[in-house]
Write a protein that binds this ligand. Structure first.
Ligand code: F6R
Length: 245
């Protein structure tokens, strides 16, 4: 696992955006894994600023809330339409997001893994990290080989995401999330953390054991994983633990 230190969120976004642009240059039909939340926003802004277009690419979202009405502005489909599909020219039918309004969310989750496999698997997967070490919505305690499935969000995660809603009561209690086993099959993982509230989770990722108590620790056993940090997110790490980007 490589750990890179960048100056600020914008530099972190530029670094990851450059890797995505290279991947798309090499293979315009590349399959990207896209995250939502605040962490990847500088990446998407940087791609848009650089004029990167994804007309032949495919993107798979990490997760989606269960129970929001279709078209809800904070559904991850709507967020990814705003931040990725429209500004980067991704074809609408190649943005895949689990259907959180499906009549049978468990069947939808199983079908999602099959769709990823049919597309040839994810080439480059972008990730954020939760304050509790979750990735996608795999909360602490998730087995390291889980498939895409329906999960219950922890109180901490719902509190953290309340900023996107009018309050915590409006944050759904369940989500469909790519599993840790699903994420680990992506050929390359890039995790971005830019804020100090992630520093404890980042330190545990860098120094602690590989454990389902810290779902992000699957990056430690992945053959091609990179963690991109700002000084705030790297609080408490020492210089020899990372490379300057
Ligand atoms: C979003 C996702 C989550 C977030 C994590 C960090 O698709 O899967 O795991 O990456 O909750 O969220 P932010 O970036 O908003 O701090």
């Amino acid at each position: 696992m490589r750990i890179l230190l960048t100056a600020d969120p914008s530099a972190a976004g530029d670094l990851v955006a450059r890797e995505i642009a290279r991947a798309v240059d090499r293979d315009p039909a590349t399959v990207l894994g896209v995250a939502t939340g605040g962490s990847p926003e500088p990446v998407y802004r940087s791609l848009a600023r650089a004029g990167v277009r994804l007309p032949h690419a495919t993107a798979f979202a990490l997760d989606e809330y269960v129970g929001l009405p279709p078209g809800h502005p904070e559904s991850y489909r709507a967020v990814l339409q705003r931040l990725v599909q429209l500004p980067l020219g991704l074809a609408a039918d190649r943005l895949h997001v689990p259907d959180g309004a499906a009549a049978d969310p468990d069947a939808e989750a199983a079908a999602y893994d099959a769709r990823i496999d049919e597309a040839g698997g994810v080439g480059l997967q972008l990730l954020g990290i939760g304050r509790n070490g979750h990735i996608a919505f795999n909360e602490p305690g998730s087995a390291l080989d889980t498939p895409t499935r329906v999960v219950r969000l922890t109180e901490d995660t719902r509190r953290a995401n309340a900023r996107f809603f009018t309050g915590i009561d409006d944050v759904p209690e369940r989500a469909i999330t790519q599993g840790l086993g699903t994420i680990a099959r992506a050929r390359r993982l890039m995790l971005i953390a830019t804020t100090e509230d992630k520093a404890d989770a980042v330190r545990a990722l860098v120094r602690g054991p590989v454990t389902s108590d810290l779902p992000a620790s699957i990056l430690r056993i992945h053959p091609d994983a990179t963690v991109v940090l700002t000084p705030e997110a790297a609080t408490g790490l020492s210089e020899e633990e990372f490379e300057a980007a």
